[in-house]
Design a binder for this molecule. Structure first.
Ligand SMILES: [Mn+2]
Length: 392
């Protein structure tokens, strides 16, 4: 039996305000093509299907087209809810969907009821554990004292082991959405820390043939059989050096036989650029970057006007720009910078810092405004009420 492990689709996520649905649709098409090319039997989707509890109609359409493409490519799907999903909404219609090969595991009470997958060697029991928020799930899991992710996940795994023993099924797969000790976050995951305890030991899954993890966004191997697939697309500039991937997992009669990584196509590259605005707009070496998402750090002496609009004339997918004054000293605290300086010096340097050097006319205007403020401060407060009048 061949499984494909993916997670953290985050359908509907935006990237610095830019809609990613078209990119996400392309990455799901790539997953479906891989399913067909590799004759995958079952796709495991370990949570964070959507980016939010109430996804947009367009996000739902993209996700359903992805599910359908995978189904048409020949695989069933086992999906769980992650910390971004609404279990109830994602799981709506799960009974009917299961009849068509889409198994939506979103209820805690059913975490020990496996989807039974058959191959020539017999049955594989596949358990989908939805994301377990300790506060919300400890009563249902009958561990009212539990405060940590490790405790509620251990309770779910105890139920799964009891079911495996009762069933006498030798081969098993578990999907879970958790932060397992030793995993590395990329920065685009939402924290699930409760009271500082969010990690779960990999040993919690001992004895399971393959554990498909979700939550962390880069592919990683914790043990041969406990892995994160990561997200199919990068969701932060910190992930620009990552190559997104899925795991192809082969099970034989005795359990796990082989796991192979398969890279997913780069739908649109990510690039962090640094330089003056004119430099970035003219540098011929950046021709290769014009289709990428761009985060630019501008080093111009004065703050450029409308830098993002101008960058987009060459880089239509520029999404983030910041200006770092090259000679600025970020170590210097503001109080020290203004100490001993006249009001007009502080005001003109402030305008220079946030925009550009003020013109002579603007300096005169600032001088008049400061002079007027001083006059107002020193004049008798004719219009202000006397202290005694306030109670009237
Ligand atoms: Mn996620």
């Amino acid at each position: 039996m061949r499984l494909l492990h993916t997670s953290d689709w985050h359908i509907g996520r935006t990237f610095h305000g830019v809609d990613l649905l078209a990119d996400q649709a392309r990455s799901l098409t790539a997953v479906a093509e891989l399913v067909a090319a590799e004759s995958v039997d079952v796709v495991l989707l370990a949570g964070d299907v959507y980016d939010r509890a109430i996804p947009s109609a367009d996000a739902i359409a993209v996700c359903n087209r992805g599910f359908e493409a995978i189904r048409e490519a020949g695989a069933r799907i086992v999906a769980t809810s992650g910390n971004h999903d609404s279990p109830a909404r994602l799981g709506a219609g799960a009974g009917f969907a299961a009849a068509g090969g889409l198994h939506l595991c979103t209820t805690v009470a059913a975490c020990d009821r496996p989807i039974l997958l058959e191959d020539e060697h017999g049955t594989v029991a596949c358990y989908g554990i939805p994301y377990l928020e300790p506060e919300i799930t400890r009563a249902e899991l009958d561990v009212p004292q539990a405060r940590s992710h490790a405790e509620v996940l251990a309770a779910a795994m105890a139920r799964i082991r009891a079911d495996l023993v009762a069933r006498g099924t030798p081969r098993s797969v578990v999907l879970a959405h958790a932060f397992v000790t030793g995993g590395e976050a990329t920065g685009s995951e939402r924290s699930i820390a409760v009271g500082g305890v969010e990690t779960v030991p990999a040993a919690a899954f001992a004895g399971i043939d393959y554990v498909a993890l979700g939550h962390l966004h880069s592919p990683q191997t914790l043990t041969e059989s406990v892995r994160y697939s990561g997200s199919p697309l990068p969701y932060s500039f910190g992930e620009r050096s990552h190559r997104k991937a899925v795991w192809l997992v082969d099970l034989d009669a005795s359990g796990l036989r082989e796991v192979r990584g398969r890279e997913l196509p780069v739908v649109r590259g990510l690039r962090a650029l640094s330089g003056t605005l004119d430099g970035l707009l003219e540098d011929p070496a950046l021709d290769a970057a014009v289709d990428d998402y761009i985060s630019a750090t501008l080093t111009d002496h004065t703050r450029p006007v409308e830098p993002l609009r101008r960058l987009r004339e060459r880089f239509p997918h520029a999404v983030h720009v910041e200006w770092v004054r090259p000679e600025g000293n970020p170590e210097l605290r503001y109080r020290e910078r203004v100490h001993g300086r006249r009001d007009i010096e502080i005001a003109t340097s402030f305008v220079g810092d946030v925009r550009d050097e003020p013109s002579a006319g603007e300096v005169r205007l600032l001088e008049r405004a400061l002079a007027a403020a001083v006059t107002e401060r020193d004049a008798p407060a004719a219009a202000a009420p006397e202290p005694g009048e306030l109670s009237a």
